[in-house]
Design a binder for this molecule. Structure first.
Ligand code: UFG
Length: 325
């Protein structure tokens, strides 16, 4: 099969490309390199285009055949989304509409879409299933929900089968293949901890230790990026078998607090990591943990890499990244 991976130069997209190649698929990456990395696309066909530009997208992709598209290209910073809402709507929602336009014109009928637990907003249950109310609390989540609804509407027209995968906290790396997480600015917990541990001159702050959780810090469900990649492959295979429109949570169903993550990182690093305690970060719910039972049933998928594998791979990658700097 030959697949198009939009955002294939980014963190999760570049790990999916690895998994597709390992499964002997042909891959074309589409990216505007606004946040993705050129080194992550070496050896692959690359189309450099901004998905907001329909004319450019059309001219780059017309007459091309793909057996499906994995759609990652999106802006994904919660804080930035509030400051630049138009950028988020244009890039995420208009960009997805443009991509669907070109997909339908060229007869590509299968799409696996990178969605997020941010579509749920403040959790009303200890474990969040797909039927949890959809109430995003930031512009990023609003745009991802709009993208899901756009795909659902396009599916109802009859020419597109789609799966929306709602990730919880993607983490970890594939250091043996020289892939890992590298955002500038970095906002995520595990890379922030490990960049501090690796000697970067940057403060590490725990955002609030007065939450109503056992140790007072926020609980999240961390999922290894290679487990995510496996789920994408299974989702695409399922679409080819049975079609339809599906939304599925991807998580480990295990919750870890910020302090537990810090101590797992200290174990991987083999030394204490200096940090301070700061105020709560606005918009952080105390606990977000997936009920991923539907993904298990529909895709015969579950996570196989635990927290130790996540932080150890992320630490190996951080040491490689320091050399690339
Ligand atoms: N945290 C810190 N210090 C840091 C960074 C994070 O204490 O330097 C805390 C946060 O306050 C939060 C937890 O660590 O409690 C995890 O924070 P991340 O930024 O790593 O991840 P989020 O849970 O905020 O965000 C993730 C995805 C988003 C998605 C969201 C869905 O990265 O894309 O889940 O709710 F929108």
């Amino acid at each position: 099969m030959h697949y198009l991976v939009t955002g294939g130069a980014g963190y999760i997209g570049s790990h999916l490309v690895l998994a597709l190649v390992a499964a002997e698929h042909q891959v074309t990456v589409l990216d505007d390199f606004s946040t993705g990395h050129r080194w992550a696309t070496e050896g692959h066909e690359v189309i450099e285009v901004d998905i907001r530009d329909l004319a450019a997208l059309r001219s780059a992709l017309s007459q091309r055949h793909f057996d499906g598209v994995f759609h990652f290209a999106a802006k994904s910073l919660v804080g930035e989304s509030g400051q630049k809402p138009l950028l988020y709507y244009q890039n995420n929602v208009t960009g997805t509409a443009n991509l669907m336009e070109v997909a339908l014109e060229n007869g590509w009928g299968h799409c696996v879409f990178s969605s997020t637990a941010a579509v749920y907003g403040n959790p009303q249950a200890a474990a969040i299933a797909e039927d949890h109310p959809l109430n995003p609390v930031n512009v990023y989540g609003d745009t991802k929900l709009a993208m899901e609804r756009l795909l659902s509407a396009v599916h109802q027209q009859g020419a597109m089968h789609a799966v929306c995968l709602r990730y919880f906290n993607a983490a970890g790396a594939a250091p043996l293949a020289h892939r890992g997480e590298w955002h500038e600015p970095e906002t995520h917990l595990i890379p922030n901890i490990l960049r501090r541990a690796g000697g970067e001159d940057r403060p590490l702050t725990i955002f609030g230790d007065d939450y109503d959780t056992p140790d007072g810090t926020c609980i999240r469900d961390y999922i290894h990026v290679l487990d995510l990649a496996d789920a994408h492959l299974k989702a695409m295979a399922m679409l080819h078998r049975q079609g339809g429109f599906h939304t599925l949570n991807l998580g480990s169903e295990k919750g870890y607090s910020v302090r537990e993550i810090l101590s797992a990182c200290e174990q991987a690093v083999g030394a204490p990591i200096s940090h301070d305690i700061g105020p709560r970060r606005p918009g952080d719910p105390p606990r977000l943990v997936a009920d991923a039972s539907q993904a298990e049933q529909v895709l015969q998928w579950r996570t196989t890499r635990n927290l130790q594998a996540i932080v150890e791979s992320a630490w190996l990658w951080e040491q490689q990244r320091q050399v690339l700097l």
